[in-house]
Design a protein around this ligand. Structure first.
Ligand SMILES: NC(=O)C1=CN([C@@H]2O[C@H](COP(=O)(O)OP(=O)(O)OC[C@H]3O[C@@H](n4cnc5c(N)ncnc54)[C@H](O)[C@@H]3O)[C@@H](O)[C@H]2O)C=CC1
Ligand SMILES: O=C1O[C@H](COP(=O)(O)O)[C@@H](O)[C@H](O)[C@H]1O
Length: 248
């Protein structure tokens, strides 16, 4: 059944992948501080996620929020992640609760656990013979301040789930690259997320039933060091791509 979905950060790359695959599947309201540059489904709200009133208006009648808006740079300074990724995410969750939204899927990141990639573990970690796997039950170990902001977002989701019963899934996205895995970049190949797997994964976040979850958002890469079991079991994720099937 079509759901009414608010997609924040709709003008970005992850938003593009989702809309490429799912434009006709749901009723969309798109939000971004940048105006649209291409045709898009549904209505488009040009707003900053830190603008409380506008975000509240954008939540009206929404069933599910896919919250992508934020500063995606691993080198982002604290001032930016504090405003865009932490304060903005809190504004989105608060407005979602007040509007009676059922589910929020939060675009978390591999950088929430970046410091598991120690000198001792790498580069073997990125290779198929190594069986080390993170599965989402491990404690966060952010690799930079951007990663800290993603852990904060996951923690906000935990609070809004426990306090208000909101369904929350945190998708620790790997490396979204269109058409092929990153070239000459083992880490990126291990955590590649294809555009079609990205769209399918967020479709499952819209349709599945869950309480509070942390899942990894990557394709079914031979090289992976992130488990896909939780995404498969809880969301029904069925990835179709694998970086090993592409020439490096
Ligand atoms: N692309 C990737 O491989 C990965 C992305 N992510 C996360 O996914 C989300 C989307 O990332 P991308 O699409 O790659 O980034 P992007 O930079 O292409 O898109 C982000 C969008 O959010 C908007 N935005 C940023 N701050 C905003 C604010 N305060 N108010 C309203 N809109 C705002 C920007 O205008 C932009 O259109 C981010 O939260 C990022 O941290 C996480 C892991 C990997
Ligand atoms: O969270 C993110 O992660 C991806 C992959 O990280 P990288 O350090 O291997 O490049 C990154 O491309 C993306 O911009 C970022 O938002």
């Amino acid at each position: 059944m079509a759901q009414s979905v608010l997609l924040t950060g709709a003008a970005g790359r992850v938003g593009e992948a989702i809309l490429e695959g799912l434009a006709d599947e749901h009723e969309w309201r798109l939000l971004d501080r940048d105006p649209p540059t291409e045709d898009h489904p549904g209505e488009f709200v040009v707003a900053d996620i830190t603008e409380d009133e506008t975000v509240r208006e954008a939540m009206d009648g929404i069933d599910v929020v896919l919250h992508l808006a934020g500063d995606p740079r691993k080198t982002a300074p604290w001032e930016s992640v504090l405003t865009n990724n932490i304060d903005g995410t809190q504004t989105v969750f608060e407005a979602a609760i007040d509007a009676g939204v059922e589910k929020v899927a939060f675009a978390s990141s591999n950088h929430a656990v970046g410091h598991y990639e120690t000198d001792e573990r790498t580069p073997d970690l990125y290779r198929t013979h190594d069986d080390y796997l993170l599965d989402g039950t491990e404690l966060p170990r952010p690799g930079n301040l951007y990663g800290v902001s993603k852990v904060a977002g996951e923690s906000l989701g935990r609070y809004y789930h426990d306090e208000y019963g909101l369904s929350v899934v945190n998708v620790r996205i790997g490396n979204l690259t269109e058409g092929h895995p990153p070239i000459d970049y083992e880490r990126g190949q291990a955590m590649w997320l294809s555009y079609r797997d990205c769209a399918h994964l967020f479709d499952r976040c819209i349709r599945a039933d869950y309480d509070y979850e942390i899942v990894y958002g990557i394709s079914d890469n031979d090289r992976k060091y992130y488990s896909l079991e939780r995404a498969k079991d809880v969301l029904g994720y069925e990835p179709r791509d694998n970086s090993a099937r592409h020439d490096d």
